[in-house]
Ligand binder design. Sequence first.
Ligand code: HEC
Ligand code: HEC
Length: 385
Amino acid sequence: MKKGNSTILRTYAAALGMAVAGLGTAASADNNPPLAALGLPPIPTDNVQTPEKIELGKLLYFDSRIGGDASVSCADCHEQKQGWGFNDSLSRGYPGVIHWRNSQTVINSAYLGKLFWTGSAKSLENQAPSAALGAISGNGERDMVEARLAFIPEYVERFNDVFGDDWPKVNNVWRAIAAFERTLIHNDTPFDNYMNGDGDALTDQQIRGMELFEGKANCIECHNGALMTDQKYYNLGIERAEEWFDNGMAQVTFRYEQYAKGTTEELYRTIKDDAGLYYRTKETADMGKFRTAPLRYTLYTAPFMHNGKFFDLEEVVDFYNDGGGENEFTDGTFASNKTPLLKPLNLTDEEKEDLVAFLESLSGDEIRIETPQLPSYAPLPAVAN
Ligand code: HEC
Ligand code: HEC
């Protein structure tokens, strides 16, 4: 079949939400939602997009005054030059600590119904306060944030314009940031263009890689649909990243999180791997499980996985080719939860390269914006006179 025809069929099938026999092998067999071009993100009716709100959200995203000691902004851990994430295995943390997980990109977070590595927030409006107020990230306090913003005349005016607030309200901080994040979208990749009918957008190698993705390599089992994630949770058996062993502070944060998430004393004392979804459900069956990651923009977001274990896409493909890994939740120490969906793939070197080439087609141009000029505090009365 010619490239063009299969593209049109795929686009048509995706639009109808169906799989076309013979196009996606594993996909059609198992009824996985087919790969598809990405449209526009959903906008909640109670937080509509306006240019003024988006502009306000952009300022707040870059403004460290919404964090505890006014030194950490969203942009510090979601840095545009680092794929709108943070390029260490474990993210930087609030001053004095290091975070316990890898910082995810905020690009395309607008499409996700489950945010964070274990899906603990369901909307960007709910995610932002966890980030800005969480002890190891922003460590802010609601009233302090409101008090600071009230001393910044430009914010007072902007919150009034956008939300009708007499004084900036902290809940509207989250809503404005969410509106800004909904503009950080990446849906014009070579892959999307191909799916939208441009048969030349992918190279032959990338097309072979896509066939592997949907077939022999069976990535489609979890990375499916237009977002390339089923937003379900699996334990792939990912081991601790080196950084955790090398960094005492990372281990301190890790212990703190066992306590903060309310684990048993035994786990608090002995566990060495991140138990993932377990912290939310307290079900042994959820140990070591994390949300399937979306795959667009990964050209810029290394290292990969919840703990930043892998530094490039080749390493990721090798990991899957070996049938995943082993950790404390696969070897029976705490659980034996490894997903049965991962098996050695027996990919040849050429097939691995094809698969990586396909993964690269899920990223287009890097997203860069001009860092905004932040508004100043009102001068002190003595100075003003
Ligand atoms: C100190 C570092 C740090 C700061 C500050 C921070 N983040 Fe994050 N962010 C992270 C880490 C680490 C994760 C993943 C944590 C997890 O899943 O447990 C994350 C996850 C996210 C996600 C989820 C993405 C996804 O794919 O589910 C979004 C969205 C996000 N942050 C937005 C923000 C916003 C908005 C702010 C500012 C209000 C912010 N972050 C401040 C480190 C940070
Ligand atoms: C059983 C479900 C499943 C299958 C099959 C699967 N993945 Fe994943 N993938 C996940 C989960 C879950 C994560 C996040 C795991 C974590 O961080 O612990 C992930 C993460 C990734 C990431 C890292 C993304 C990031 O932002 O860190 C890449 C890249 C990736 N997968 C590619 C692939 C490829 C290529 C294949 C096929 C060879 C594949 N996956 C097969 C579930 C799966």
